[in-house]
Design a binder for this molecule. Structure first.
Ligand SMILES: [Zn+2]
Length: 549
């Protein structure tokens, strides 16, 4: 047996909310729906209320939102309107529900609440409700009705027919879960041919690419029992989401679990404090950093990590497994140090001193190299053999290198306010990535010199790492503000947006894979790569970049 959720017969007197839409409002709603692609014969007016798809009430506001121009469809099927991510808890008031209706309401709420979504769902009374939907029993109806979101809020009412009383709890759970689905923007999975679930003649609820957007990852077709959002239901429904229902729900409202990070990450938090997170990270170190500067972190040969940073005193500080201390060395304003672990133990730091000279300090000794650096730039250091090599932008704007492998002017011009990145290669030698004065990403070193042809965002710097299997991979902020990667492991636009003026950090892992950290365009620290992509939920200081190693 199939029961339709048609509501033609529902009269004004049995709907427990106002139904006196002014005639001109009704006409505007209908006009908007037609404009949004709903066929006229699928729009019903019952006692002044306008319904589409036979069970979804449309308010004037929602109909107006449906005809707003939307971008390319990225968003089973949904309406143009969705609920706001700022709603953390949706509550449902089913105080008049008893017996099978009350049990089914609890189960329907559980269906949503047990998914990892941007909102929790609970039955009233409950504290902290961002919005409350009223669940109303509709006398004489075998089915249900509700409406679509508007203004970022769910539709405020679900009507559940009391004619469902003889049905199983699972069937009623199905109907309630379905109607809640409409309130947060789900359309019928078989909207294009209701006969798939309802039988009878084929009826298309209409789409026009505006009001029925296929949700990525869900099937475009529909089958009986394939979705809780099918137009009509059977007596044998389980009341549970199908696999594609869950995919659809997570695509619209899912929360990605925080990815595991298997390396230490250092960054300047939005409090101005140095944080170190990851397996060995203490979180907040309590150490204040200079505004607009970024830390650097190294894995020490004997285990543990060491970070270097410009403190809010302008001095170079170090902290980590090898101890915390003020080096007493003054740094140029707005610049950041770079640290590397030495193969024989200990570490070495390179930085731009307040004399604008490149300095080094650490286990391999402290000294002024006498080499002048460009303003607002920072050096990069890598272990090389038992020693180290440094790359930096000289005061001539040329890329220079200095260290165990020799000192040289590469003759390559760099973009203002950008810094190179250097990494040793497992096959020997080192490779440098930098933003050229053409705004293109260039690489140079033992693996060859090349213009990658890839455009970078102004005032940003690339990061490079030698892969465990040979070759190298670089990460950078493209001129689209997206995080890109390029190198031996392939070139790709990750599609992840970065905060302007910030740079990513890339770290090779065993087996040839790599991880990335960066400041997303939300200002939060994000990770991407082999251990997963996601928001670590930690706010970063503006204009600063994280480091991992
Ligand atoms: Zn429906």
């Amino acid at each position: 047996m199939r029961s339709s959720e048609i509501v033609f017969a529902v009269g004004c007197s049995v709907l427990a909310f106002g139904c006196a839409a002014a005639p001109d409002e009704t006409e505007e709603i209908i006009d908007n729906l037609v404009h949004a692609g709903f066929p006229r014969n699928d729009i019903m007016v019952v006692d002044g209320k306008v319904y589409v798809g036979r069970d979804a009430e449309v308010s004037l506001t929602a109909s107006r939102e449906m005809i707003q121009t939307v971008g390319p469809g990225q968003e089973q099927y949904r309406t143009t309107n969705l609920i706001s991510a700022s709603l953390s808890k949706i509550c449902i008031n089913g105080s008049t529900f008893t017996g099978v209706f009350s049990q089914a309401l609890d189960l329907a709420i559980q269906n949503y609440d047990e998914q990892p979504l941007t909102f929790a769902m609970a039955r009233t009374p409950s504290s902290g409700c961002s919005f409350t939907i009223n669940a109303v029993l509709a006398p004489g109806v075998v089915g249900g009705s509700s409406g679509f979101p508007s203004g970022g809020l769910p539709f405020g009412t679900i009507n559940i027919g009391d004619g469902l009383a003889p049905f199983s709890v699972d069937t009623v759970e199905h109907v309630i879960t379905h109607e809640i689905g409409h309130t947060i923007g789900f359309r019928h999975s078989d909207y294009f041919n209701r006969s798939i679930s309802c039988g009878g003649a084929a009826v298309n609820e209409g789409d026009a690419g505006v009001g029925a957007i296929l949700i990525p990852g869900t099937p475009s077709g529909a089958v009986v029992g394939g979705s809780i959002m099918n137009s009509c239901f059977r007596t044998v429904e389980t009341g549970e989401f199908t696999g594609s229902d869950v995919t659809a729900l997570r695509a619209l409202y899912g929360v990605a679990p925080a990815p595991a990070i298997d390396a230490a990450v250092a960054f300047q938090a939005n409090t101005g404090i140095l944080w170190v997170v990851g397996p060995a990270g203490p979180g907040a170190t309590g150490l204040g950093m200079a505004a607009g500067t970024s830390p650097s972190i190294a894995r020490l040969a004997g285990g543990g990590f060491q970070a270097a940073f410009q403190a809010n005193t302008g001095h170079l500080w170090v902290t980590g497994s090898a101890g915390t201390g003020d080096t007493g060395l003054g740094m140029a304003a707005g610049t950041s140090p770079s640290i590397t672990a030495l193969s024989g133990g200990g570490y070495q730091v390179a930085f731009q001193a307040n004399t604008t000279h490149l300095w080094v300090t650490g286990s391999a000794g402290t000294g002024d190299t006498g080499l002048g650096m460009a303003a607002n730039t920072s050096p990069s250091i890598t272990a090389l053999g038992g020693s180290y090599q440094v790359a930096f932008q000289a005061n001539t704007t040329h890329l220079w290198v200095t260290g165990a492998a020799g000192t040289a002017d590469t003759g390559l011009g760099m973009a203002a306010n950008t810094s190179p990145s250097i990494s040793q290669l497992v096959t020997g030698g080192y490779q440098v990535a930098f933003q050229a004065n053409t705004a293109h990403l260039w690489v140079t070193g033992s693996a060859g010199t090349a213009d990658t042809g890839l455009g970078m965002a102004a005032n940003t710097s690339p990061s490079i790492t030698g892969l465990a299997t040979g070759g190298y991979q670089a990460a950078f902020q493209a001129n689209t503000t997206h995080l890109w990667v390029t190198g031996s492991a392939g070139t790709a636009d990750t599609g992840l947006g970065m905060r302007s003026g910030t740079s990513p950090s890339i770290r090779a892992r065993a087996g040839g894979s790599y991880n990335l950290v960066f400041q997303a365009n939300t200002g939060n620290l994000w990770t991407a790569g082999a251990t997963g992509t996601g928001d670590l939920g930690l706010g970063m200081a503006s204009g600063t970049s994280p480091a991992t190693n």
